[in-house]
Design a binder for this molecule. Structure first.
Ligand code: 5AD
Ligand code: SF4
Length: 503
């Protein structure tokens, strides 16, 4: 239930500690059990975000750095944190070690993502020793986990501040408290907060922008921690999303990616409005922005109306990231994905029929608890049948508190690795086939920058999100160009520039 209100964000009246004793009380740790509950209370939308006056200049002459791990949602949250910090007077640090504030915006999706953060957090002990005034903060999905907060409290005492994914708007108050406290400041709300509009953002570059359309996830796939770390599904009001995209168009942005954990559930929480993701895209496609993308889709909620709208093309690009996770109906059932192999393949058939040349990409997990050889073969055969352009593939990683973590997992790691290897081989084969079919074609490319490996070469993306390399002048960065594809590799295309496109 998302209701539009003018209620306050409660930034000023928030219970802030004044004394050392207060600080001991000022500690809100997360609980996965509470995060699991889906309350019926109304989600309110707040339009009155402000930085309290006394904190506006707190960062003058100081610098900040943010390290971002994980998905685009996190990247975008970091843009919001940067926006808040810059409103407080902080400037981006040129050298991270010299920064006055360092934030780690973390990802909890797999164990190795967490291990990496703990390792790097450990390295910062030395930085903190050399620069005792540094405020080191941990935020993002890991901070929503009880076990992580306990571990940081016990073994990473050099951390000054932990705040959760629902507490970003509280950054000014929390930062002030961390500045004046000797104790670690922890504020992680397990229950999701409301929707806070109008938070400042510092977007990276002026070509591509991310726009949140919804927060949270109610799908509770049995392996996934996201519904616990990001809370229940809350959709932004259509008029707010549309106004933001319009403003980006006015500022000259060339591509917008709409973000949500499950964009296909957009609008299902509106009480007063029958309005879904298809309706939102139908409105946004009329805005003068050359490319609109979205991520991530859940196959279960991908309806015919949405396919109809996508088939209109225009600025709605023909790329759909459609995570399948497994090609076996039995495994999908254990994952609680709520669709079968047949349903997924039927959806793919409909999408391909409606959107010629559609580029399909996916996410796949191998080694889910109890996955048999036959079930894995089902995944391989599905990959062959769909013909993906590319995919993200993962070995299953148990996440504490999720139902799958309690399932018996008797597949040896070697077998999981072998499956991942075979899956990646199959995907490489279909990726190369798809790319070879593009040889000789002239495609529209949005130029992102110079290639990582060769500064004479530019890198950009097609509408289908394929990476293209070609020789060109740096002045083309941020523009659309036509490139004739001369050579196809498994994951990249190479070509020659034909012309610059005026948009
Ligand atoms: N183990 C492995 N992969 C996972 N993903 C989500 N949770 C897990 C997990 N516990 C993958 C899914 C999802 C992508 C973002 O990460 O494939 O689509
Ligand atoms: Fe996780 Fe499933 Fe939600 Fe995606 S849809 S965020 S995999 S629970």
């Amino acid at each position: 239930m998302t209701q539009k209100t003018e209620a306050t964000t409660d930034l000023k009246s928030a219970k802030s500690p004044k004394t050392a004793e207060d600080f001991a009380k000022y500690f809100q740790a997360p609980s996965l059990k509470d995060a699991k509950k889906r309350g019926k209370e109304e989600v309110q939308v707040h339009y009155d975000f402000t930085i309290p006056e006394e904190m506006e200049g707190i960062g003058k002459g100081k610098t900040y750095a943010i390290r971002t791990y994980g998905c685009q949602m996190n990247e975008h949250d970091s843009e919001t944190m940067a926006g808040i910090l810059e409103r407080m007077g902080y400037a981006p640090a040129e050298i991270e070690e010299n920064a006055d504030v360092i934030l780690f915006n973390t990802c909890a999706i797999r164990e190795n993502a967490e291990d990496k953060v703990f390792g790097e957090l450990g390295h910062l002990k030395r930085v903190k020793r050399n620069n005792p005034n540094l405020i080191l903060g941990l935020c993002g999905c890991m901070s929503q986990e009880e076990s992580v907060v306990n571990k940081v409290l016990k073994s990473y005492q050099h951390v000054d501040l932990i705040f959760g994914t629902h507490n970003i708007h509280r950054l000014p108050v929390l930062l002030r408290d961390a500045l004046y406290s000797k104790e670690m400041v922890v504020e992680v709300w397990s229950k999701e907060g409301d929707i806070i509009e109008n938070m400042p953002k510092v977007r990276e570059g002026n070509t591509k922008a991310w726009v949140n359309i919804m927060y949270g996830c109610d799908k509770f796939c049995t392996y996934c921690i996201v519904p616990y770390t990001r809370g229940k599904e809350r959709s932004r009001r259509p008029e707010d999303v549309i106004a933001e995209v319009r403003e980006l168009a006015r500022q000259g942005f060339k591509e917008v990616t709409l973000l949500g954990q499950n964009v296909n559930a957009y609008g299902k929480d509106f009480e007063d409005l029958e309005y879904g993701f298809g309706d939102l895209l139908d409105a946004i496609r009329k805005i003068d922005i050359p490319r609109i993308r979205f991520t991530t889709s859940h196959p279960r909620d991908f309806d015919d109306h949405l396919i109809e709208v996508l088939a209109k093309g225009g600025n709605l690009v023909e790329h759909i990231h459609l995570p399948v996770q497994s090609g076996s109906t039995e495994v999908l059932k254990k994952m609680a994905r709520k669709y079968s192999r047949e349903h997924y393949l039927e959806l793919v058939r409909k999408i391909k029929a409606a959107i010629p040349h559609v580029v399909l990409t996916t996410d796949i997990i191998v080694g889910f608890p109890g996955e048999t050889d036959e079930q894995f073969e089902d995944t391989l055969s599905l990959v062959e049948e769909v013909g993906y352009d590319s995919a993200y593939t993962f070995i299953y990683s148990p996440r504490e508190g999720t139902p799958a973590a309690a399932m018996e997992d008797n597949i040896p790691l070697e077998v999981k690795k072998q499956r991942l290897y075979r899956l990646n081989e199959a995907l490489a084969k279909s990726g190369l086939e798809k790319n070879l079919a593009m040889q000789g074609q002239t495609v529209e490319v949005l130029v992102d920058g110079v290639s990582k490996n060769n500064d004479q070469v530019l890198a950009g993306r097609t509408r289908g999100n394929k990476l293209v390399h070609f020789v060109g002048d740096e002045s083309l960065i941020g523009s659309y160009v036509h490139v004739k594809i001369t050579d196809a590799k498994t994951w990249t295309l190479h070509g020659e520039i034909v012309s610059k496109v005026e948009v």
